[in-house]
Design a protein around this ligand. Structure first.
Ligand code: DSN
Length: 419
């Protein structure tokens, strides 16, 4: 692990905050479904001199000189992304998921066009049409919802598509736990003459590890972040069919962004290289197993996971129904025992997003740390007892001790560096 001695000497305030964050990460379990622990190689790449370089344009077509090594790095990242996902084209420059989505929309749509996307409270994402976002001011979003059993009724989706005549049908989610039927969604898009796009940010690592079906062969465009299950640096990625390559590249630069973050692109190349290794398949498989165990254990405690269970890396719980407390209260109780999760809206949540009815719990990060089925059972027990504790300080401090002990058995960076 890096020592950060120069920062320590030069700037104690930022150094102290860094030490605090390192300790926080080591002594607690990260169970926010969208987070993970990158490898030391990815961390090193983020701190390289590539951060000094301006590289507007694309490999072989840059606006400034001195690009022989940035071109090598970006070409490596592109080639590895294409290989990893079997994609016809990859753009590795989006700074994050939101700009990747906005660039993708602008590559194929005109302002005012209609997009059919998943309703936020049913698992969709802010960038899929929340009224407070820029995309929602540019395009007309119509939401589709899940059914009471947690599935999507594709006949209803088709009827909605026929009525609304979208130019784009958007799949993807940030808090939906079931497998989507890519074939059905893209067939509906074809029927109504719409483009199809999947935001696979949450499940990209599971797709890369080939433990769930890939949307890449089906959709015109697939966007993702690189830092969730994919375990790379914070960043975005757009994959698309060859005929859309030019439009996508133009939409990213100069359409939306300026200079790419070359240190991040190096870290993406490193992470894609890691995801191409056989060990990553094992990791992805274990993520699925751990999530299933978490689901089963919570069921034993009568805390019923939403959407009928999980097919991916996370579960959703209605804490009001299961424990008589809001998602915000649940988040606070779990924070107190050293397990970080996030409060989350549930389908058609009667409560607001700052104090919703549920929580989302994910296992990608703890799986990177080395936790397997027996430890997930302990974690489930800790979660259940904390949520049932009524905030009793003795109970909370007892569970916190158990969590801390388990954390010491599974240090983050010794494990990551040896994988
Ligand atoms: N904030 C991410 C998540 O937690 O799902 C999505 O952008």
């Amino acid at each position: 692990m890096m020592k950060y001695n120069v920062i320590k000497k030069q700037d104690t305030r930022t150094y102290d905050a860094l030490q605090g964050e390192m300790k926080r990460q080591e002594e607690g379990f990260e169970m926010i479904a969208s987070e993970n622990y990158v490898s030391e190689a990815v961390l090193e790449a983020l701190g390289t001199v590539f951060t000094n370089k301006y590289s507007e344009g694309y490999p072989g077509r840059r606006y400034y000189g001195g690009q022989e090594f940035t071109d090598t790095i970006e070409t490596l990242a592109i080639d590895r992304a294409k290989k990893l996902f079997g994609a016809e084209h990859a753009n590795v420059q989006p700074h994050a998921g939101a700009p990747a989505n906005l660039a993708a929309y602008s590559a194929i749509l005109k302002p005012g066009d209609t997009i059919l996307g998943m309703d936020l409270s049913h698992g969709g994402h802010l960038t899929h049409g929340h009224p407070l976002t820029l995309p929602a001011q540019i395009y007309r979003f119509v939401g589709y919802k899940t059914e009471a059993d947690g599935t999507i009724d594709y006949k209803k989706l088709e009827a909605l598509a026929k009525a609304e005549k979208p130019k784009l049908i958007l799949a993807g989610f940030s808090s939906y736990t079931r497998q989507l039927d890519y074939e059905k969604i893209t067939a509906i898009a074809k029927k109504v003459g719409a483009y199809s796009m999947m935001d696979m940010a949450h499940i990209a690592g599971l797709v890369a590890g080939k433990v769930i079906p890939s949307p890449v062969p089906y959709f015109d465009i697939v966007t993702t972040t690189t830092h969730k299950t994919l375990r790379g640096p914070r960043g975005g990625l757009i994959l698309c069919k060859a005929p859309l390559a030019k439009a996508v590249d133009r939409a990213v630069f100069p359409g939306l962004q300026g200079g790419p973050l070359m240190n991040t692109i190096m870290a993406k190349a490193v992470a894609f290289g890691e995801a191409l290794k056989p060990e990553f398949k094992k990791y992805a498989k274990q993520v699925l197993k751990n999530a299933k165990v978490l689901e089963k254990e919570m069921r034993k405690y009568d805390a019923m996971p939403l959407f009928g269970g999980t097919d991916n890396h996370m579960i959703m719980l209605d804490t009001v129904k299961s424990y008589g407390i809001s998602g915000k209260e649940a988040e606070k109780l779990l924070d107190a025992i050293g397990i970080t999760i996030n409060k989350n809206v549930i389908p058609d949540d009667p409560r607001g997003p700052m104090d919703p009815s549920g929580i989302r719990i994910g296992v990608p990060a703890v799986t990177t740390r080395g936790l397997r089925e027996p430890e997930i059972k302990i974690i489930a027990q800790c979660i259940h007892y904390a949520l049932s504790s009524g905030g009793d300080t003795e109970v909370i401090s007892g569970i916190k001790g158990t969590v801390k002990k388990l954390c010491h058995t599974f240090p983050i960076y010794r494990r990551v560096s040896s994988r």
